[in-house]
Write a protein that binds this ligand. Structure first.
Ligand code: HAM
Length: 427
């Protein structure tokens, strides 16, 4: 019986090629390594929170009215009758942990990062999966707009470290509890005038959650809401000052951005600064978001903590991997040393030398199935080995062997005792 992977959930393997090149684990390795480096440069530390949380955490944090909670969450009752959900995103879980550990009072300034799977039961389509990975950051405890600038700078450096080209950072401010209600009234009036041209969902949204109408992908709604009033043009004094300082700081650091009054994000917890990074290379002419984030100054309190400012973002790893695969293809595997053997004596020596080489820090591989030396050497080639050595009874007895440089075919005879140091020097 063959069982296939669940629809919309992909395997990431070192063998993925062609159409599936974005799911090659070597590309993922590069993304992970680059992000680890940049996270560390900015003082962010890794968190690993549970993949399962109580459903009401997401209902409350992300919002009952959002597609993510309303339509896409993998929610179920467990055997004990608890209502649980596979996390559709990681901000809610991070805030839950932050509050649960009492950090708002004890040690409020935290810089956290993560890399892990999220789950949304969306309609499977290109660049949209039901299990997808996010790499992201959450910064707690700093209200200053300069923290927003730090996060945008980190985001930009991450894009560059990963090697993504052709992306655009779009910025907006969604205001706060003081100014958003007035803006929503202005937006409602604008939508009301165009009610007939909106889809059924958006007509319903006019009263409940008019911001969502600006995020609707229906062509009729996109057309009807062209020229809609922009949130960042209807801010109260405090929000305007915050946004002006974010813009000034971002400009001063030379980070390119565009203002986008339509940017509202698909989650309800945002206040003030909201941003996305999109790439045109992914969708056919259409912009696809590779990263989204913003401030969520009210969320810690909403989840039971004291008022605490916070900001963060998350990038979609599959989407980044698609861009890298398109731009550069799948990187080849490589190793430093391949040890081939002719007989049992050679195999024993190979294993002993492999251990010594690895302990020295030399990447070493063998083919322990043995067999024809020519086949072992073609495997050395396939694995991208820099050097190869063939070992047999006579090499073991004489204590000497030939170190072959795979690219040139050049061979050097040396003592087996000197092998590890020689490879270390030349690798
Ligand atoms: P989000 O915009 O829902 O934000 O997701 C962030 C990124 O995850 C998107 O820009 C996209 O690249 C990727 N993504 C989302 N859904 C899918 C999917 N079905 N398949 C593939 N990739 C997907 C959040 O999740 C917020 N928690 C970000 C954040 C952190 N805000 C503050 N802190």
């Amino acid at each position: 019986m063959k069982i296939a992977a669940v629809k919309g959930m992909k395997d990431v393997l070192p063998t993925a090629q062609g159409e599936d090149a974005a799911f090659n684990s070597r590309i993922w390795e590069r993304i992970e390594a680059a992000s680890r480096k940049v996270f560390a440069l900015y003082g962010f530390e890794f968190i690993h929170t549970p993949v399962l949380e109580e459903s009401r955490l997401f209902a409350r944090a992300v919002g009952e009215d959002t597609d993510i909670v309303g339509k896409e969450m993998y929610a179920f009752e467990d055997r004990g009758g608890k209502h649980l959900a596979l996390r559709p995103e990681n901000t809610a879980g991070a805030v839950r942990a932050y509050v649960e550990q009492g950090l708002p009072m004890r040690d409020p300034v935290q810089r956290w990062c993560y890399f892990g799977p999220m789950f949304r039961r969306e309609r499977p389509q290109r660049h949209r999966y039901r299990q997808f990975f996010q790499l992201g950051v959450e910064s707690f405890g700093v209200a200053a707009p300069e923290e927003d600038v730090e996060i945008l700078a980190l985001c930009r450096d991450l894009v560059e470290a990963i090697g993504l080209g052709g992306v655009e950072l779009r910025l907006n401010s969604l205001g706060d509890a003081a100014c958003r209600p007035a803006y929503l009234q202005i937006l409602r009036a604008f939508l009301e005038e165009r009610r007939e041209r909106l889809c059924a969902d958006c007509r319903r949204r006019i009263e409940r959650n008019p911001l969502r109408a600006l995020d609707c992908k229906e062509p009729g709604c996109v057309e009807a809401t062209r020229g809609a009033p922009a949130a960042h043009e209807h801010l109260c004094g405090a929000c305007k000052e915050h946004f002006d300082r974010v813009i000034a700081g971002t400009t001063a650091l030379g980070i390119p951005y565009v203002l986008d009054g339509r940017l509202v994000r698909g989650l309800d917890y945002y206040t003030r600064t909201a941003f996305e990074i999109s790439a045109s290379a992914l969708g056919k002419g259409q912009q696809t978001a590779v990263c989204g984030g913003g401030r969520y100054d009210a969320l810690v309190q909403m989840l039971g903590g004291p008022p605490t400012p916070a900001i963060g973002f998350a990038m979609g790893v599959e989407r980044i991997a698609f861009m890298l695969a398109d731009a550069e293809g799948v990187p080849a595997h490589s190793t430093d040393l391949f040890l081939a053997f002719i007989d049992a004596q050679g195999r024993e020596k190979a294993q002993e030398l492999a251990r010594a080489a690895r302990r020295r820090g030399i990447r070493t591989e063998m083919d322990l199935r043995g067999g024809k030396v020519s086949r072992q050497l073609s495997r050395a080639d396939k694995r991208g080995a820099r050097f190869a050595v063939v070992l047999g009874g006579s090499e073991v007895e004489s204590g000497r062997a030939r170190l072959k440089e795979m690219a040139t075919g050049e061979e050097t005879e040396l003592s087996l005792d000197a092998l590890v140091e020689e490879v270390w020097k030349r690798r």
